[in-house]
Ligand binder design. Structure first.
Ligand SMILES: Cc1cc2nc3c(=O)[nH]c(=O)nc-3n(C[C@H](O)[C@H](O)[C@H](O)COP(=O)(O)OP(=O)(O)OC[C@H]3O[C@@H](n4cnc5c(N)ncnc54)[C@H](O)[C@@H]3O)c2cc1C
Length: 549
């Protein structure tokens, strides 16, 4: 079988290649560039718990140590602190001293990780260097794609340009995606929804390890349009500051940027501008766009090639990494066992719906949040509501930030009799609880993801204190082990002391990308089988019976 062709060695393409390799699928990455990353401190990303875990699992690299986890978050309006969230050492958050109530049903979240993009891609490239199943072909610009029922052919230009043969092709080639254009897929949306002037600098601020959102700062020396500022710490005393620019295409001159830096630092330290070292600058223009289709036959789109977002704290790269995680196990199944149309189609159905919902939420919130004093005056309490919305976006919770759930997925099993509710709704990412693996080792649930296997987790209080040999042949275990062996796809049986909202003997079925399929009350082999089969796209159909695309 031919390798999967991945176009683009940005963070999404590299992640997809590694995720495929972990499932024994070879790939070739084509990139028009030299395969090296620009070292830019103004190009940073904020990753949430699930995507940090994904990258750490794939690379074995301690990303958390290379990036910076915020100790807290403060949102200010003029001089008043509107909202403060502090994370404890474990990453659970606790509302600060400002008395601002958290949103109803607020879940505990880990502190986001702020990291320079080149550090992230550096970790991915390092992991790929020793990977026998991935070939990186630099200086190869894709300029043609053809596909037929048995595979894909791609052509590249450049000094080493040639023809490539693949089983599937994934366009991870960024916002101006050639793959998307060659497939004639529309990319509608809004241009320049927000523009930010960005500076990376080293300095000391009064909140050494807290991120800060300052709406309507009281200083106005660089003109009436000086608006919202975000300050996000990285390690080594480095900060990324973003100034929301007024609509339009006005150039951000170096003089204007320096004035903003000085007035902002002086404003925050309530006096003279503190010493600072300017490290990098840039302009980050946020567009909101969504490709109409993410799959055409054997060709897929992922990352910025499929979607652009970024206003109000939403993080485009987080979504791109989730695309790679979602697509990898489906492509791996197709690569090893032949194409399964419903399973491959579910990539677009699941991921596009989640990103569309995020874009809709941001588009609806934008006029309210940026609406100015007029709107705030007529909607009492709205300023506090907007601060809470923005905090959610930046911290990775609520409609703007929480990882999406695939509740309406075509893969969701229907009519599972023994289904019971737990704190994680079906389709949402599971909580990373401690589990005992089949070899008796104590591991995290997330460590077992990404190998292509389904996970079956039995909630069995008390098992953590006994050696595995004492309970593995007792109680419900033999029946459950037999049911797991009989599943239509390899599955790993794990045992957890507890799971949020789950009674003893609840059985969880988890997808290879960590989303919950269902929770069952006890050992129910028929339900477990039906749920697993639905997750794999239902009974397999051949390409001929599924119809041509
Ligand atoms: C200043 C700045 C600040 C940013 N801040 C944030 C932030 O805070 N949070 C966030 O989430 N995102 C941020 N971003 C955006 C983030 O960098 C992108 O979302 C991310 O790089 C997308 O990753 P990707 O792998 O999808 O695409 P890309 O990183 O764009 O990678 C695409 C790759 O495809 C290759 N390629 C393109 N066309 C072809 C072709 N025809 N043939 C072969 N190869 C091709 C390119 O060489 C490139 O290597 C910022 C960007 C900038 C510039």
């Amino acid at each position: 079988m031919d390798p999967v062709i991945i176009v683009g060695s940005g963070p999404v393409g590299l992640t997809l290649a590694l995720a495929l390799a972990r499932q024994e699928v070879p790939s070739v990455i084509l990139d028009e560039g030299p395969g090296k990353d620009e070292q830019r401190l103004a190009r940073t990303v904020v990753l949430r718990e699930d995507t940090v875990a994904l990258i750490e699992r794939l690379t074995g690299f301690p990303l958390s140590e290379a990036g910076f986890r915020w100790a807290g978050w403060r949102s200010m309006r003029r001089k008043q602190v509107m909202r403060e969230v502090r994370f404890d050492a474990q990453g659970d958050d606790a509302e600060g001293a400002t008395g601002a109530a958290g949103p109803e049903g607020q879940e505990e979240i880990a502190a986001p990780l702020h990291i320079a993009q080149h550090v992230l891609t550096g970790a991915l490239r390092q992991a790929l260097a020793g990977e026998r199943l991935v070939k990186l072909a630099v200086d190869n610009r894709l300029d043609a794609v053809e596909q037929e029922s048995s595979g894909v052919t791609a052509h590249t230009r450049g000094p080493k340009g040639t023809w490539w043969r693949g089983s599937y092709l994934v366009g991870c080639d960024g916002p101006r995606s050639t793959v998307r254009k060659l497939l004639d897929i529309r990319f509608p949306g809004r241009t320049a929804v927000e523009r930010h002037a960005v500076a990376a600098l080293r300095t000391e601020l009064p909140w050494p390890d807290q991120a800060l959102l300052h709406r309507v700062p009281p200083w106005r020396t660089s003109g009436p349009s000086a608006g919202e500022v975000t300050g996000r710490p990285l390690s080594d005393g480095v900060w990324r500051l973003d100034w929301l620019l007024p609509p339009g295409k006005d150039l951000v001159t170096p003089e204007l940027l320096l004035t903003r830096i000085r007035e902002t630092l002086a404003g925050w330290t309530e006096g003279q501008t503190p010493p600072y070292e300017l490290l990098d600058t840039g302009v980050h223009t946020v567009h909101h766009r969504l490709a109409r289709r993410w799959r055409v036959g054997r060709v897929f789109l992922a990352g910025d090639a499929a979607h652009l977002l970024g206003a109000l704290g939403t993080q485009g790269l987080d979504e791109g990494l989730r695309d790679a995680d979602n697509l990898a196990w489906k492509l791996a199944l197709a690569w090893h066992h032949g194409p399964h149309e419903a399973l491959l189609d579910s990539y677009q159905a699941e991921r596009r719906a989640v990103v569309a919902a995020r874009l809709r939420a941001a588009d609806q919130a934008l006029p309210l949040v940026r609406g100015g004093a007029g709107l705030r005056a007529v909607v009492p309490g709205s300023a506090r509501g907007h601060d809470s919305l923005l905090t959610d976006g930046h911290l990775g919770r609520g409609v703007l930030g929480a990882p999406g759930a695939y509740a309406d997925s075509p893969l969701a099993p229907r009519h599972i009799e023994g289904e019971v509710p737990v704190d994680t709704p079906p389709g949402a990412p599971v909580v990373d609880v401690g589990v005992t693996a089949e070899d008796g080792s104590f591991v995290r649930l997330r460590d077992r993801l990404g190998h292509g296997a389904l996970l079956v987790v039995l909630v069995a209080p008390g098992t953590g204190v006994w050696e595995r040999k004492h309970w593995v042949t007792a109680g419900v275990m033999p029946r459950l082990a037999a049911a797991v062996t009989a599943l239509p796809h390899p599955a790993e049986l794990l045992v957890a002391e507890s799971y949020p909202g789950a009674a003893a003997h609840t059985v969880l079925l988890v997808r290879p990308d960590g989303h919950l399929v269902t929770a069952l009350s006890g050992v129910r082999p028929a339900d477990l089988y039906a749920a697993a089969e639905a997750t794999l796209g239902g009974p397999a159909k051949t390409e001929a019976t599924a119809g041509s695309r």
